[in-house]
Design a protein around this ligand. Structure first.
Ligand code: PMP
Length: 277
């Protein structure tokens, strides 16, 4: 269906972006993915604030407050107004002759598309994951379009018939190739703190809040690679992943069949209520 490029809504075959766009040449741009559920974008404000904060970090001059109106135009054109769908937003620095430094007079490129998608109420996946060394750069807090590291690490998981690849850096579990990761040990929930080694997922923030409101102790403190074999539960979070129970980490089986852990189930139930609130 149609896509949005710099104010125009056109067929994808007709959409034009210069080959000198810095998004194409350098991966010099950011993106966001939001889910529309029950007629509203889930945590839209938080997604757009993260985008604005990222733009600020890399000095792209674009006002994210302009987006809701443009999103409305796109959704109307593709007949997804109020429908369950996923929205992809990409903002690159813009078009300029190739040079590394930021050009002074440049207009950002905005591209968006939306596809219909009804997320399952609860993610029923019993995810198998592998652990790999996090060889990405150390500004993973920036949601940039240069995802080669994430792509390579994800592919390795897929080659091992796994749902995700979870990553470790300096002996600590950071996040996964396209989701955040949480662990449960003796009733306490652990996840890596929101520093430059992870993307601070909106779902991650929601899950931490849910833990607090449910009276589950949560610590923004990383699990070590050695501790992974001793955790009771583990799960992944992300906009389309929602909350996915991890059944197996490398050779460590956490549960059999569908008997995922009590805290994972509790959080999935609470998350479901939030979606339809
Ligand atoms: N970490 C990485 C590397 C991601 O790409 C994503 C998004 N797909 C997440 C975490 C989860 O972020 P969110 O909950 O905002 O979708």
């Amino acid at each position: 269906d149609k896509v949005y490029v710099n104010g125009q809504i056109v067929n994808p075959q007709e959409a034009k972006v210069s080959v000198f766009d810095r998004g194409f040449i350098f991966g010099d741009g950011l993106y966001e993915v939001m889910a529309q559920i029950n007629g509203r974008f889930f945590y839209e404000k938080e997604h757009l604030e993260r985008l604005q904060s990222g733009l600020h970090k890399i000095s792209i001059d674009f006002n994210a407050n302009l987006l809701p109106n443009e999103i409305k135009k796109l959704l109307r054109a593709v007949r997804l107004t109020n429908k369950d769908c996923m929205l992809y937003i990409q903002i690159t620095r813009g078009v300029a002759p190739r040079q590394h430094s930021y050009p002074s007079d440049i207009t950002p490129t905005l591209m968006m598309y939306s596809v219909p998608k009804v997320l399952p109420e609860i993610n029923m996946v019993n995810a198998h994951v592998i652990t790999r060394k996090d060889f990405r750069w150390s500004r993973c807090d920036i949601k940039m379009t240069s995802l080669l590291g994430n792509v390579m690490l994800n592919e390795e998981g897929v080659q091992h018939d796994c749902y995700e690849t979870i990553l470790h850096r300096n002996g600590l579990l950071t996040e996964a190739s396209h989701s955040n990761v949480f662990f449960v040990k003796e009733g306490i929930v652990y996840t890596h703190k929101a520093d430059e080694y992870i993307l601070n997922g909106i779902t991650r923030i929601v899950v931490i809040e849910l833990c607090k409101s449910l009276g589950i102790e949560v610590r923004e403190s990383a699990i070590t690679l050695e501790e992974v074999n001793m955790v009771d539960e583990a799960f992944l979070t992300g906009t389309s992943t929602q909350i996915a129970a991890i059944q197996k980490i490398d050779e460590h089986q956490l549960y059999i069949e569908n008997e995922k852990g009590p805290i994972t189930r509790k959080l999935q139930g609470a998350f479901l209520k939030l979606k339809y609130k």
